[in-house]
Design a binder for this molecule. Sequence first.
Ligand code: NAD
Length: 486
Amino acid sequence: MKEFKHFINGEFTGSASGKTFENRNPVDNSLLGLVHEAGKTEVAAAVAAAKKAMHGPWAKLTQAARIDMLNRVADRINERFEEFLDAECKDTGKPRKVASHIDIPRGAANFKAFSETLANHPTESFKLDTPDGQGALNYGHRKPKGVVAVISPWNLPLLLMTFKVGPALACGNTVVIKPSEETPATATLLGEVMNECGVPAGVYNVVHGFGGDSAGAFLTAHPDVDAITFTGETRTGEVIMRAASVGLRNISMECGGKNPGIVFSDCDMEKAIEGTMRSAFVNCGQVCLGTERVYVERPIYEVFVQRLKEGVAKLKLGRPEDPEVDFGPLVSLEHKEKVLSYYNLAVEEGATVVIGGGVPDMGTELNNGAWVEPTIWTDLADDARVINEEIFGPCCHIRPFDTEAEVIALANDTTYGLAATVWTENTSRATRVAEAMDVGLVWVNSWFLRDLRTAFGGAKQSGIGREGGVHGLEFYTELKNICIKL
Ligand code: NAD
């Protein structure tokens, strides 16, 4: 039986309590292995190792040497690509086709992109006039924050975790990661890579377990954690903010979304259909940036609904290793129950089910897995819960609109503010609408096209702060001003 152990101070260790939990493959619910659950002892050991490493060989590395080391980590992930791919697909059930294009290459790229940004980013400097005529020189100096806790979700496990670990380490911090209980594998495998690349013991640590009253809560409450970066549900973010308030620790929050897609009649229909197919259904709809609310201008509404339905009908469901497959199961049976409860609620709330709405028959081997049908609804009222709550499944609702002002109001009528997508060939309109969106990210005629030099994060209840590019420096470093009287 495979065991997923913690990675503390450069070594794989089990839990002192002997407590473990099962890791299952959502494709068929088969048992993948047992995961050690960290208690306060393991969390304290990981934080102590990370704190000690802040004063060891890691702290003495030059920036150039640190960046070289992180580049090696990226290269090594790519050399062990198949192992990472296999681990990610087993944990999540996602098609290899998807993970080999998104999860693993972008996971590796996170170690290179942020190193380069950091190496090329200047700090400010001001010359101050003084009464004696000699003046003073001010300059900004960035120091690492210290021990950073990284709490990550299950939908893009390696990618989202390294999106934080990459800049954290590039800035000279040390990290303790609590990956999602659903997806322990790639964070664990990365421990091996860190050792292979000579990353000093204690710089990268992983503790496994659950959130409340488990590894997640013990880690965020630990007083020697200097900053907490979190990706996950808004409600979990609120709990973590409360923990971070003790000792006034800094936080970065990337939370949920209920993202609108706006399709104007002057769009390129092929692009809009292809893009909405991806934004609503890729990764089985489990992407925080995904579109669950689609607004289509009335003249093309009927055609759009029909074309999206045809696109969904063509999706091939199946095992991750099948190269033809573009649609896998949800991450777990628990999440399947949640998504199905929204499928039922949609009908109760008066939706017309255009396609899907249930559980597909995948045959005896796979029917134990977390499969649901990709689903499209129409005809729900704007105040329906299905329109307002994040489902995080392969589903969307399509509603017609008549004017630009109307659709801007509809799109912004949500407590979330993560992302929006606009489909139009009119650049002036695209700019107007994009600027009117109350979100952190807008894509025009594309979706999930990420340039790692740009800001990433959400408005309203979708998050606090921005990571990505130089923006991550604000969170991962302490900016100090040094004033020298000349
Ligand atoms: P989740 O909030 O349930 O869990 C995320 C992580 O937090 C897990 O590791 C979990 O164990 C941990 N956790 C839970 N309770 C905790 C507690 N009390 N203290 C400390 N840690 C705790 O989220 P999920 O179900 O894993 O992921 C899906 C959610 O993540 C969706 O809402 C999605 O929109 C969001 N998400 C956001 C982004 C973004 O960039 N904004 C990206 C991906 C996912």
